[in-house]
Write a protein that binds this ligand. Structure first.
Ligand SMILES: NC(=O)c1ccc[n+]([C@@H]2O[C@H](COP(=O)([O-])OP(=O)(O)OC[C@H]3O[C@@H](n4cnc5c(N)ncnc54)[C@H](OP(=O)(O)O)[C@@H]3O)[C@@H](O)[C@H]2O)c1
Length: 213
């Protein structure tokens, strides 16, 4: 989507492969490792001259009853969702402060604001809730220095996160009675990218979950 807006893109994930596009650079790595964050930001500056926008999209979701969570679950969720957000955002903000500002978009979850007894998932609330609060905190900290910080809060979205077998149950979690599509999230990020007066916004894209049941 950012390529269509005219941006060069640096994309990262553990299993990402090289892109067939000279304006898209991929950096393979574990975002829970701060060294990956440093490699991504350095690559963006070296190859494309800077960082205008950072989208923190990598995330993991482990749903289980609170007392069933293991130490590995805790380490995995906090590693990707919190540590994976922290260092790369810090590096991006440092760069943006001296290069004319920028925009950060975080991807959280509707479960932060609307816990659901059908989906026990405190590690999602704990980690994405932290990112959601940090979205507002950073928006205020940098409001006068040209950096906007927003979030998209998705309901259940049709991605590889969910087995097809679970789709009927997941669809019923939304008042609209269906799951969202990746394009719904893309549209929300594009809106935030092109909305210069919007910062600190938690944009719910959740088929009505945030309105009630
Ligand atoms: N799908 C939903 O229903 C839903 C609902 C609410 C919020 N969200 C949020 O939306 C975002 C995208 O989720 P999704 O549905 O696209 O999930 P997904 O299909 O499971 O994909 C997760 C993405 O994150 C990357 N990733 C996972 N662990 C990583 C790590 N340690 N280091 C670097 N990259 C890592 C994965 O790539 P690799 O495996 O190659 O590393 C993959 O690209 C997440 O933040 C998720 O929490 C999703």
């Amino acid at each position: 989507m950012y390529r269509k807006l005219g941006y060069a893109v640096v994309a990262t994930s553990r299993s990402i492969t090289p892109a067939n596009d000279e304006r898209t650079l991929t950096v393979a790595g574990d975002i829970a490792d701060p060294a990956t964050a440093e490699r991504v930001i350095v690559a963006a500056i070296d190859r494309f001259g800077g960082v205008d926008t950072l989208v923190n999209n990598a995330g993991i979701f482990v749903a289980k009853p609170f007392t069933d969570y293991t130490a590995d679950d805790y380490a995995a969720a906090t590693g990707v969702n919190l540590t994976g957000f922290f260092r790369i955002t810090q590096l991006a903000v440092e760069h943006m402060l001296t290069h004319g500002g920028g925009h950060i978009v975080n991807v959280t979850t509707s479960l932060v604001d609307n816990a659901d007894s059908n989906v026990p998932s405190v590690l999602a609330s704990l980690t994405k809730g932290g990112v959601q609060s940090a979205t507002k905190s950073l928006a205020i900290e940098y409001a006068k220095r040209g950096i906007r910080v927003n979030a998209v809060s998705p309901g259940t979205i049709n991605t590889t996160m969910h087995d097809e077998d679970s789709h009927p149950v997941l669809a019923a979690l939304q008042p609209v009675g269906r799951m969202g599509e990746v394009s719904d999230i893309v549209d929300a990020v594009i809106y935030l990218e092109t909305a210069p007066f919007v910062t600190g916004e938690i944009l719910h894209v959740d088929g009505g979950v945030s309105a009630g049941h």
